[in-house]
Ligand binder design. Sequence first.
Ligand code: F6P
Length: 314
Amino acid sequence: MKILILTSGGDAPGMNMILATLYKKFGKNLYACRAGFKGLINNDIVPISEFEPMKYAKEAGSCIKCSRCPDFQTTEGFNKGLNNAKCFDAVIVLGGNGSYQGCCELNEKGVRTVFIPATIDNDVLISDYSQGYHTAVKACVSTIENTMPTMDAFDRCCIFEVMGRNCSRIANCVSLNYQCDYVVLKKKDLDYKKMAEIIKNKKELGQGSCILVKERIVKLQTIIRNLQKYNPDIEYRSCTVGYVQRGTNPTFIDLEYARSFAKLAINVLTKTKYSTAIVYKKDDFDIIYRNEEGGMHSLRKKGGQEVVESIIEN
Ligand code: F6P
């Protein structure tokens, strides 16, 4: 069986562990597109061994490279990619919603596909968990924990911005794991008067304060300018947590998820003929497969618990 794999969109901690686990199983039969769908379009495809996946197994990033590839959405780009994909028995796609879309389109044109949700944002519609989310949250909490002591030392206010694109999950989870003084998940949360009051009270107690803001809502400098109007005596600092969320080495939990996602992909490829998505739903792994009529089904529901357990456990 000749299998192709690609990592698409933003990289996610644990992608390398998925690649290494698949390489361990498929060896020279596993090929990789360099930089996601871009590599698929340009036929930039080599045996994955050239990227030394075992060396990077526990590291963040993607050793086979990522890209955002608008060209794959054009008819010309898609058809080029499709022709190259057809040279393989199956294509495994790691990525977020956009990558899933691309994966489904390949599948609709006759390519056998396996999708694995992998994005720090944890916003993949078909899965409750996507690879890398735990590490991203941990990186945010660590950054805040390691910054606040110095803010406290000066009674300063620090505004932290965390990634998550259009999804508040990371910011929300961070706020549950670090007692922030104020959290902005949406534009309507920007109540400067209320924020300023909280910051002032903290300063009066001889403490710094921590404001958490989800990215893509407002510029941090705008927040500072508005708060300064109320509290001109307070010193403000800002910290964009940003790419540390993606570049931090995967947590043990994310390494565990990565091995499970990969193991399930191996099992569905070797034991079934289905095109599938490996998902995590209601606190357990499941496999969503596409039948001949194009319908999507949960293997857990359709085949009963036993079938899915045997695929998951073996
Ligand atoms: O989708 C993952 C993500 O890290 C988002 O949280 C963020 O908005 C975006 O990617 C950043 O993208 P880029 O790497 O293209 O700057």
